[in-house]
Write a protein that binds this ligand. Structure first.
Ligand code: GLA
Length: 936
């Protein structure tokens, strides 16, 4: 629920920015001035450490300020200027350790500088004191920019430990600028001090660190491992913090290290042979003491520590009951020598799960041999024999197919049976590959075996020349730069630009409207309708315009009552919407998931309802699932009728995002381990590309740690990765701003695009990372392999690809080589390939095995290459290639193969029986691929 509000909040940012426009934020200058009390024994709140006070941060514009408003103007409340005080923007929280102070006084109000428009400047406040961990709310209420008064605050602090000043947005987060004017403490002795909320009641006198390791050993804190792989019954498991994000405190002792969980939780450590001992305390965190003292069922749990051997034997090393109100917490110190897994479990005890905040406090593993494999945390799934690859896969007739079969547990054995003719099992690489010529739905069986347990999965393999999404779409989406300005004019402008700049020729052929194309509400008959001002001719006219250029048209909806920006969604209107979209001529529908229930089953049901409605609509409409990867849609998206799905939160125009912001670094984290799930008609989508934005976007500029905007090398890396991954590609620049030649060069690089559009639809495997360089390899339809080195470090680096570490390559073979960025040949390579990669840049090479059916010595000249279509056939002429094997593929503008042929002549005829229209003819010859559009 919280998260939900947060997502909505993000979209209010645009509105917020408006509220902060200069005209509205100028200090008004009060006619009266009110000074704060001064002198000995008076301590202004503004003199304390304000960095400990939290505050809504609008890209650095709003922050907590001493003696000024959050925007940096004099504090003026209802025409009275206050020379002293603290300016904030809700949500904001101040926690002050009272330290014996006796009284706190202030005036509270929304600053005069805030906008008084509807829904702006409305804040709920709570002033409370904590004594012995018990909260007493002193005053609470609502302040409003339109109030004619301010609130006097006068708090008796006698006997209190902490004073907490809390401000929350009441409804919307717009212009919630609030000041604690003339805020002062009356004290004698030690002055009060602000503290982080997480440090409240932290008893500094009893701190427990992890002990120094003995000579030759290392004490590895449990919290330093990848705890995200553990399960947790509520909230997010935390390193060195309790589940609520506070310091880990058990019975007044603060543990500087440990793991905070909520029962039921399970942490599985794979010991990897060199861990000898495990030490921890376990207990229910003191943070729930006040509640547990009031209700014996609260904070009442069971714990178990067990060991599992290689052969599956299990020994329970410690177990028992723990309660928040226990006087002591069990110390566990066990010998784990020779065991393969250590399993830490916490279960809800008597009375359900309320306040079951279980800490593994001061937990560490004694690691003996520093040269051996370190312990890691693995997911419960990784201990099973489950298949971690898709069971619904697709290909086109006569097109090479690949299906990587992975088990959740990397040690499990994988095998297959019942492969249809044309496919073989490549045991060394654990993948099914080959070519099936006949259309049809085939089935084969995948087996995964671990510790004597076998899982059997039937794979459904559809071979069809009518797939919805044979190669990833290449288009444009309005969100990043245009947001609420999306209009008929803008959509047309993008289509024109695609044509004029030669982008259509490169494959960019889908123009999509994101959120906010909508009217305020549906038509009286329930049908969706566009904003009448921005779409004066209606949606169909726009779609027709786009279609007339041979391009496709897409729009956006949400699988709930409301979209993320608050427009009407499609939940409950699936058929009405699908019929209307079909009538308008919509080809792609991006279906968002704001305002919908969080569980995966509901998500599947809602997307399936949309997918089914699209199928009933009579038009081929591609269902583009956008639930941000939260429910792992790669595991069910194809099964509910989706043909691509987002894997992350929204991409931002920066290298590193902060918070939930996704910079290139976070896109990599979201995509890099999903290669086995990628394939034709089932694409993992890494979200919009930022080429051409240069920090001019809207929400794409938020949540950036390094930006907004990226260096050209960073934009190039983003583009290269999307191409290597076979991610659908949606540009998101503002068509009203010029695209630079450098930007155009990125998105017009046909050899890079050819990797994205490769008909085998494989995502490059992430192979390893060394010295901040990541190495990827992508299998291509003609047998070529693209390899890439991504330099994540801040320095340029030399790097040598070692073919012995790239399973798709043969270290003994010689390859011809193309530098894909340069679109130029490089020298033949064998065994290794040295290169230099600039900081944050990516080098990509396409390698073609010499002497193989597709390999040739001399490059194919794109200039000399001619294509003619007439008389039921396409004739391709490639001068200078006589005797060299080449593969010719003719596909429609969606990437559906309509004819293919391998031949060696300089001139090759491919007969074609296909309807009139535009087709792409590609020739793959050695390490080169080139393509042309023809009208047939
Ligand atoms: C969500 C999606 C974005 C965009 C916006 C529109 O945040 O993830 O891609 O569609 O909604 O409101």
């Amino acid at each position: 629920m919280k998260k939900h509000l947060f997502r909505q909040g993000r979209h209010l940012l645009a509105a917020l920015l408006f509220a902060f426009s200069p005209g509205l934020s100028q200090a008004q200058g009060g006619s009266i001035t009110a000074d704060a009390p001064q002198g000995d024994g008076i301590c202004p709140l503004s003199a304390l450490d304000l960095t400990k006070i939290t505050c809504f941060d609008d890209a650095g514009k709003t922050k907590v300020r001493a003696n000024l408003t959050t925007l940096g103007n004099p504090i003026v409340l209802r025409d009275t200027t206050y020379t002293c005080g603290v300016g904030t923007h809700a949500p904001s929280k101040a926690v002050v350790a009272v330290n014996g102070a006796t009284r706190f006084t202030a005036r509270l109000g929304v600053d005069d500088e805030a906008s008084s428009a509807a829904n702006h400047g409305i804040v709920d406040y709570t002033v409370s004191v904590f004594s012995n961990r018990q909260e007493t709310v002193v005053m609470t209420g609502r302040v409003n920019r339109t109030d004619g008064f301010t609130i006097p605050v006068d708090v008796d602090l006698t006997g209190a430990d902490y004073l907490v000043l809390n401000l929350e947005n009441a409804g919307q987060a717009w212009a919630d600028q609030v000041s604690w004017a003339n805020a002062v403490f009356h004290y004698a002795g030690e002055a009060p001090a602000t503290v982080l909320e997480s440090d409240m009641y932290r008893d500094g006198s009893k701190v427990q660190d992890i002990p120094e390791a003995e000579e030759g050993l290392e004490n590895i804190p449990l919290s330093s491992l990848e705890i995200g792989k553990a399960t947790c019954g509520w909230g997010t498991i935390k390193a060195d913090r309790s589940i609520d994000g506070n310091a880990i405190i058990l019975r007044d002792t603060t543990y500087t290290s440990g793991v905070g969980t909520h029962a039921p939780s399970q942490i599985i450590v794979k010991l990897n042979g060199s861990v000898t001992r495990f030490v921890t305390r376990v207990g229910v965190d003191d943070e729930v003491l006040p509640q547990a003292q009031g209700n014996a069922n609260y904070g009442n749990c069971n714990y178990r520590v067990s060991l599992k051997a290689e052969n599956g034997d299990v020994r329970v090393a410690a177990e028992g009951t723990i309660k928040a109100t226990d006087r002591t917490t069990p110390l566990i110190d066990i010998d784990v020598n020779g065991w393969k897994y250590l399993i830490l479990e916490a279960e809800n005890g008597v009375g359900g799960n309320s306040y079951d905040h279980v800490d593994w406090a001061g937990a560490y593993l004694v690691f003996e041999d520093q040269n051996s494999t370190r312990p890691i945390i693995v997911s419960a799934e990784e201990l099973s024999s489950k298949l971690a690859s898709p069971v619904t896969v697709f290909s086109q007739p006569g097109v090479r197919f690949m299906h990587k079969l992975r088990a959740a547990n990397p040690e499990a054995e994988v095998s297959v049976s019942d492969l249809p003719e044309g496919l073989v099992w490549n045991a060394a690489r654990q993948l099914v590959e080959g070519k099936v010529e006949q259309e049809g739905v085939y089935r084969y069986v995948a087996y995964t075996t671990f510790e004597g347990e076998t899982s059997k999965d039937t794979v459904t393999f559809t071979v069809s020349s009518r797939l919805e999404h044979p190669v990833p779409f290449m288009g444009w989406l309005s969100w990043n730069a245009v947001q609420s300005e999306v209009s008929e004019a803008i959509v047309k402008q993008v289509a024109d630009l695609f044509e004029e700049k030669g982008l259509y020729e490169c494959g960019w052929n889908t123009v999509m409207m994101d959120d906010w194309w909508h009217a305020d509400q549906r038509a009286a008959d329930g049908k969706p309708q566009p904003n009448p001002t921005r779409f004066p001719g209606g949606v169909k006219a726009v779609a027709d315009y786009v279609h007339a250029k041979g391009m496709k048209f897409g729009l956006y909806t949400d699988a709930a009552g409301r979209t993320c920006a608050g427009a009407f969604g499609s939940y409950g209107y699936e058929d009405i919407d699908a019929r209307q979209y079909a009538e308008w001529g919509v080809d792609v529908v991006k279906c968002d998931y704001c305002n919908a229930p969080g569980d995966v089953e509901t998500a599947k049901t809602r997307y399936k309802a949309l997918g089914d409605a699209f199928k009933r609509s009579g038009r081929n409409i591609l269902l583009y699932i956008c639930e941000w990867g939260v429910r792992e849609p790669w595991k069910w998206g194809a099964e509910v009728g989706g043909a691509c799905w987002r894997v992350s939160q929204d991409v931002r125009d920066c290298w590193i995002g902060r918070g939930s912001g996704v910079g290139v670094v976070q896109s990599i984290a979201a995509m890099k381990d999903l290669a086995a799930w990628q394939g034709v008609n089932r694409f993992n989508d890494a979200d919009m590309l930022c080429t051409g934005l240069h920090g001019t976007g809207k929400s794409s500029n938020d949540l950036c740690l390094t930006g907004p905007g990226m260096t050209m090398d960073e934009y190039r890396t983003q583009f290269a990765l999307w191409c290597l991954w076979s991610s659908p590609m949606a540009l998101s620049f503002d068509p009203r701003r010029p695209l630079s030649d450098e930007d155009l060069a990125i998105i017009s690089n046909k050899e890079m695009i050819a990797l994205n559009q490769d008909k085998m639809g494989q995502q490059a495997d992430f192979l390893f990372e060394e010295n901040n360089i990541q190495v990827y390899a992508k299998d291509l339809e003609n047998g070529d392999v693209a390899i890439a080195a991504v330099n994540l470090s801040d320095a340029d680096a030399d790097f040598t690809f070692d073919f012995g570490r790239i399973p798709a390559l043969d270290a003994q073979a010689t390859y011809t080589c193309r530098d894909v960025w340069a679109q130029a040949a490089c020298a033949d390579v064998k065994g290794s390939l040295p290169t230099r990669v600039r900081s944050h840049a990516t080098q990509v090479f396409r390698l073609s095995r010499k002497g193989s059916a597709s390999g040739i010595a001399s490059p194919l000249s794109a200039e000399g290459f001619k294509v003619k279509a007439a008389g039921g056939k396409v004739t391709v002429t490639c001068p200078g290639t006589e005797g060299l094997a080449k593969r010719i593929i003719v596909s429609d503008m969606d990437g559906r193969v309509v004819a293919a042929r391998t031949a060696a002549g300089e001139r090759v005829n491919v007969s074609l029986s296909a309807p009139r229209g535009a087709y792409a003819v590609s020739v793959v010859c050695g390490a080169q691929a080139t393509s042309r559009k023809v009208l047939f």
